[in-house]
Design a protein. Structure first.
Length: 118
């Protein structure tokens, strides 16, 4: 069985501008959370089965852009698999705040960042 895309993320050097742009373009609702450094969860308004997302500030050089997060059942195994297939770990496995699981980010062989979420 294939692994589903579970989350999308948009990062920008001007997160407020990005939230406004995507909110107005797609009629999404976002509200920055100061406790998360201005990161905002996105409500696409597409119902409970829609893929969720977030828009937030860039955390470092080269991380600005759009990435998907794929839900996996074993983060460490999939990260090792990505590496074996020519990928490179960008963000090692980390716990998410609250009880939202763990995530990691790798670059595919073309350098595209892809997140894994367990």
């Amino acid at each position: 069985m294939g692994r589903p895309v579970a989350f999308f993320e948009i990062t920008s050097h001007d997160a407020e501008r990005a939230r406004k742009f995507y909110g107005e373009l797609f009629e999404w609702t976002t509200e920055a959370d100061p406790e998360l450094g201005g990161y905002a969860m996105v409500d696409t308004g597409a119902g409970p089965d829609a893929i969720g997302g977030g828009i937030g500030p860039s955390q470092g050089e080269g991380d600005t852009g759009v990435k998907i997060y794929v839900r996996v059942d074993n983060l460490d195994d999939y990260l090792a698999r990505a590496t074996k297939l020519g990928g490179q770990t960008l963000v090692p496995p980390m716990d998410l705040p609250g009880d939202f699981g763990r995530f990691a980010v790798f670059a595919d062989p073309d350098g595209n960042p892809v997140g894994l979420w367990e």
